[in-house]
Design a protein around this ligand. Structure first.
Ligand code: HGY
Ligand code: MN
Ligand code: MN
Length: 438
């Protein structure tokens, strides 16, 4: 399969760097180092509007759906065909880097500019999508915008999940002018979409350490998240002998160590367990902690092992609590299954790497992504570009070179045009696709 046009298009690294700097400047005042632009905040909407303005200036049709996802469409020569799409997210975790999600959005913006400036024609409509609320940092659940598009989250799910200030997803949506009761209208229909390919930073160090410029993702980890509550007995740190304590934090600390040991044992190669947040009360140096909340994130590419490991850790927590006279309870927060991405979309990315003379590595994603949530509705793929600084992410030290990102954009645009060149029967038979221009 060859796309005569794709390989000639070259992304402009300086333009990418400039857009990344624009988005990086959109951060909560006084939020400390890095970028803080949380889900369903005015700042996230401002970032979506910056994207929308860029796309409108290129003549694309732009709209925002009821979930807050912003779509831009460049017409194809055959409007009867389903859309080929790319995109990512613009919200961040607190004190994030400047590339997670943003890399895929500035890639979309650069591809729209390249196609416009060089008047490239394509058969399918091309859509560029910015999903809302991809990060789970604020509400616990990740990918709310793409989960709604993928039919995994409905209006009924938006009232129970709350942030640290007790604000529900639905209330946060209303605060930025969205109507959470209308999200059903934002659900994607399979017949409207041909394929979706997301560009994302790797958020690991495999590509950098192996000096490979492109990752082609074959599977995306799932995540099971829950909060453990430890109720012990607050008491005087001087007057209470060690053998008479019910120390909630000591119990939680033992569970955190047990979680690490569980993820490292021989049965769990590939499982990752993290307790990224611990709330302790009353939080006084002279009072034994009476209550503690530990927030647990279990990740795996093996669906059964992911859920079984989460259940095993809850059992261990109960056992530790009993031994210490500390009551333990678990509250589910979010759950997403791992997904395997279809090989024919993956092959379009591999083909693009061959067209560009680039080495690539087929690899899993440890992080979750919007692609995972819509992959049940539209055949999807992912392109990774290298993360430097030991693959650090969700941190101000996150780093991807603009030149490396430009190489990823070159591969992405070639892959999208290759997908456009493939003939296809009904969506169900897409596996046998052949390329029209091979
Ligand atoms: O948490 C994740 O894996 C992603 O960054 N939302
Ligand atoms: Mn991301
Ligand atoms: Mn992230």
């Amino acid at each position: 399969m060859s796309t005569a046009v794709g390989p000639q298009l070259r992304a402009d690294a300086d333009a990418l760097a400039a857009q990344i700097a624009e988005f990086a400047a959109m951060t909560e005042p006084d939020s400390g180092p890095g970028v803080t632009r949380l889900a369903y905040t005015p700042l996230e909407r401002a970032a979506h509007e910056h994207f929308a303005e860029h796309m409108r200036a290129l003549g694309l049709r732009v709209w925002t759906d009821a979930a807050g996802n912003t779509n831009a469409e460049r017409a194809g020569t055959d409007p009867s065909l389903p859309a080929i799409a790319t995109g990512s997210h613009l919200d961040s975790v607190p004190q994030a880097g400047r590339y997670d999600g943003i890399a895929g959005v500035v890639a979309a913006m650069e591809i729209a500019r390249l196609l416009h400036d060089q008047a490239i024609e394509h058969r399918h409509p091309l859509r560029f999508v910015v999903f809302a609320a991809e990060e789970g940092a604020r509400f616990g659940q990740a990918c709310t915008g793409s989960r709604i598009a993928g039919g995994l989250t409905t209006a009924a799910d938006l009232n129970g999940k709350r942030d640290g200030n007790g604000v529900s997803i639905a209330e946060a949506m209303r605060s930025v002018g969205l109507d959470p009761t209308a999200v059903e209208a934002a659900r994607w229909r399979p017949q409207d979409w041909r394929a979706f390919v997301e560009l994302h930073i790797e958020q690991g160090s495999v590509l950098d350490t192996s000096c490979v410029p492109i990752g082609v993702v074959d599977q995306i980890s799932g995540s099971t998240r829950f909060a453990l509550r430890f109720q012990g007995r607050a008491s005087h740190t001087g007057g209470t002998p060690m053998h008479l304590r019910a120390d909630a934090l000591a119990a939680a600390a033992q569970v955190v160590s047990a979680a690490e040991a569980l993820a490292k044992d021989s049965r769990h190669h590939g499982t990752r367990i993290t307790v990224g947040r611990l709330d302790v009360s009353p939080g006084s140096i002279t009072t034994i902690p009476g209550e503690c909340h530990a927030y647990v994130d279990v990740r795996d590419t093996d669906s059964d092992r992911q859920r079984e490991t989460a259940a095993e850790l809850v059992d261990i927590a109960h056992e530790i609590g009993r031994a210490r006279g500390v009551a333990v309870s678990a509250r589910p927060m979010a759950d997403a299954s791992p997904v395997v991405l279809p090989s024919w979309v993956r092959n379009a990315i591999v083909h693009a790497c061959h067209e560009r003379g680039l080495d690539y590595r087929v690899m899993p994603s440890g992080a979750s992504h919007d692609t995972q949530m819509i992959s049940g509705v539209v055949p999807a793929g992912m392109v990774f570009v290298p993360s430097l600084n030991h693959g650090v992410s969700h941190s101000p030290q996150e780093l991807t070179e603009a030149a490396d990102l430009a190489v990823g954009v070159d591969v992405l645009v070639t892959a999208l045009l290759a997908l456009d060149g493939m003939e296809h029967e009904s969506p169900g038979e897409l596996g046998e696709t052949r390329c029209m221009t091979c």
